[in-house]
Ligand binder design. Structure first.
Ligand SMILES: [Zn+2]
Length: 140
């Protein structure tokens, strides 16, 4: 297994309410010339957790930080005009939180981040440090 040092949260930057499948995302990423879907986990619009790229393989989600990280995305993240918006539903919030807890427990050396901490993108359209402060503090 790769050494995991970061867990990085993303959004798909698709409009609020639009259902997007793992296969859709995989196809977009294959169309970019990547070998597979770039994320390891997808939390779909109903809050269901779907597996993407196998964890043992580095993802393609955060330039410069893929080697030691796990990439998680929720479906959504923009409004109808494609402006950044935290569109997480209650089910998505719950699923993200439990997935993050599981992974932080499994990879105690990992730190938790939003994509926007490593790029000038808005992704994931919310402040990960603020939202998950309790989890981050718990695992410090
Ligand atoms: Zn992102």
């Amino acid at each position: 297994m790769r050494k995991i040092n970061k867990i990085i949260i993303h959004c798909t930057a698709t409009p609020e309410g639009r259902d997007v499948s793992v296969d859709d995302i995989r196809q977009w990423h294959l169309d970019r010339g990547w070998s597979d879907i770039g994320y390891h986990y997808v939390v779909d619009i109903n809050g269901h957790l779907k597996e993407g790229r196998p964890l043992r393989r580095a993802g393609a989600h955060t330039r410069g930080y893929n080697k030691g990280s796990i990439g998680i995305t929720y479906v959504g993240g923009v409004d109808e005009n494609l402006s950044p918006k935290d569109t997480r539903t209650e089910n998505q919030e719950g699923r993200l939180r439990s997935l993050i807890l599981d992974l932080m427990d499994k990879y105690p050396d990992a730190t938790l981040h939003g994509h926007n901490e490593f790029s000038n993108k808005a992704c994931p359209s919310f402040d990960v440090q603020k939202e998950y402060k309790d989890i981050i503090d718990f695992f410090k």
